[in-house]
Unconditional design. Structure first.
Length: 523
């Protein structure tokens, strides 16, 4: 990811807790501690890769590999043995074959915007950058599909489809930079996913490579296909099962009308209540986002979006469709917000005002830099009806751990993004931020939610997987992984914990005979 794009996304400063972290990460992530990978000879690996890639497509110097040492979770850093940059699926297959033969770990990388350390290189392994596979191969306006290579940027698809009156619905906030391959590997979501579904609901076909470099064709443009649904399995598999080399995307007609409103609430739980009631009323907004006071004030100072800074929380709701429908839905939402206690409900008078509402929301992450040196973005999902209660509990956890938390998130999906503010240069603060993050994720599980909504598990949440899943479930994941990748070479140490790790972590987090949040009903 280019430095300029990283700065736009506010990634540079956030999470930059490297200093304190590095020593501990090396401890946890050292191939020397894993005898399985200790035997790969670097000189042989480089010679074999050099023989299958053109000059300039293999990087082996420490300086050259530095841009690949981390992803959006910049607290985690490590250098691979080599960075391979294939120009097409054939070269990618050749790299995989070499790695499979030598037993070298391989980590696929798209744009490196991931927030859970999924693209963090494995020391001694190969970082397989897919950035050169960046062509939109075809747009078929009649079938409403786009065939793209994995390195194509998310936003580039909608830009290319617009002249045909079409768009690609999943829109992560990182869409300016993140790649479609990374979106598929993370099953990315975004503002529009409440109405239009996640990545998995918007793809029809995949071409992928096994660790041996063998091609797999998954899905088709037909409505159904025989055999196991490998599409759902590969989507969200975080680079652990196969390397995606081509994607057929579903495109949708651009809606005739798009409307938005901003509602300001005197209390966070009232905003949470309004979200549950909007969905219960049968309205499906194209986007329904919430920001609490800390987040909205920072965004307002940064982007001048016109947010009421005295509100405890705001909702931004967008509706789309035929002209009469979009407006009728928005008026219904306005009524519900007023009834739930909104002090102010402002319907965007024109497109410029609608864009301003979103500008503030989209600037919220970078705006955090005004509040604190670093932030740690948590990603968990909860049932919508528990929203109000969970936000109140997060505030209590924030006070308990002595770190401020700003909330800005996809409220309609129940997908929380608490942003824990900390300063890595203050001794112990990164660790406290991590502990608080873990407690928030466990709270999500305790109320019937999950430890990730869209950012994946990666390195970051591997321990919380033990809190989310039983031993039998973790073993099932491991068995599926082994069916695709028996030697465990694709993205090792990510997403699926070993049972030994869960045992070490404390499995269900039973501390002194007590599970976390014992007062909550369990699921
Ligand atoms: C400011 C900001 C806002 C964000 N907002 C959102 C949001 O709203 N919604 C959301 O879902 N995410 C969001 N993200 C997270 C991130 O952008 C997404 O997870 C995105 O899908 C990652 O794409 P990438 O190309 O950067 O993948 P990378 O970070 O390069 O990789 C992510 C994972 O995918 C694997 N991978 C990448 N390419 C391939 C491939 N071709 N084959 C197999 N595996 C592969 C990697 O091994 C890794 O495990 C945000 C990130 C930032 C920095």
């Amino acid at each position: 990811m280019a430095a300029a794009a990283r700065a736009d996304l506010g990634v540079g400063r956030c999470l930059d807790g490297e200093r304190a972290y590095k020593a501990r990460m090396l401890d946890r992530f050292d191939p020397k501690l894993d005898p399985q990978f200790a035997a790969v000879d670097r000189a042989t690996l480089l010679a074999r890769l050099g023989a299958v890639l053109p000059a300039g497509s293999l990087i082996a110097s420490a300086e050259g590999m530095r841009p690949y040492e981390t992803d959006g979770l910049a607290a985690y850093k490590s250098l691979p043995a080599a960075v391979a940059l294939p120009a097409d699926a054939g070269e990618a297959a050749a790299v995989l074959k070499v790695c499979a033969e030598l037993g070298a770990p391989v980590v696929a990388r798209g744009a490196g915007t991931g927030l859970s350390g999924g693209a963090l290189p494995f020391p001694g392994g190969v970082l397989l950058g897919l950035g050169k596979l960046n062509r939109i191969l075809a747009i078929d306006p009649d079938a409403r599909t786009a065939r793209v290579q994995p390195g194509v940027r998310n936003l580039a698809v909608s830009e290319a489809a617009r002249p045909y009156g079409l768009f690609y619905a999943p829109d992560p906030s990182s869409q300016l930079a993140c790649s479609i391959g990374g979106n598929v590997a993370e099953n990315a979501g975004g503002v529009h996913c409440l109405k239009y579904g996640l990545t998995v609901h918007n793809i029809l076909g995949l071409e992928a490579l096994t660790i041996e470099g063998e091609p797999l064709t998954i899905g088709s443009e037909a409505l159904d296909a025989p055999g196991f649904d490998l599409m759902a399995l590969i989507t969200g598999s975080e680079g652990l099962l196969a390397v995606i080399t081509e994607i057929t995307l579903r495109l949708l007609p651009l809606p005739a009308d798009v409307r938005a409103l901003l509602a300001a609430f005197p209390a966070v739980d009232k905003a949470g209540q309004a979200v549950a009631e909007i969905i219960a009323a049968g309205v499906t907004p194209a986007g329904l986002e919430m920001m609490d006071q800390l987040a909205l004030r920072a965004a307002e100072t940064y982007a001048h979006a016109g947010y009421p800074t005295d509100a405890a929380a705001i909702l931004i709701c967008e509706t789309d469709g035929a002209q009469a429908d979009a407006l009728a839905d928005l008026e219904r939402v306005a009524e519900i917000c007023r009834a739930a206690g909104a002090g102010l409900v402002r319907i965007a008078a024109d497109e410029a005002e609608r864009q301003r509402f979103w500008l503030g929301r989209k600037s919220a992450f970078p705006a955090m830099g005004r509040l604190e040196a670093d932030y740690y973005c948590i990603d968990g999902t909860i049932p919508r009806r528990r929203l109000a209660e969970v936000l109140v509990r997060i505030a209590a956890l924030s006070a308990e751990h002595g770190l401020a938390v700003a909330n800005v998130f996809h409220a309609g999906d129940g997908n929380l993004h608490p942003l824990i503010l900390y300063d890595a240069s203050r001794p112990g603060e990164l660790e406290r931020a991590e502990t608080l993050g873990g407690a928030i994720l466990e709270l999500c599980v305790a109320v019937g939610g999950t430890i990730t909504g869209e950012h994946g598990v990666g390195r970051e949440k591997i321990n919380q997987m033990c809190a989310q899943f039983s031993a039998a479930e973790v073993e099932t994941f491991a068995a599926i992984k082994a069916a695709f990748d028996p030697a465990g070479l694709l993205n090792p140490g990510k997403a699926i914990p070993t049972l030994a790790r869960c045992a070490e972590f404390g499995a269900m987090h039973v501390h002194q005979g007590q599970v976390a949040f014992p007062d909550l009903p369990r699921f």
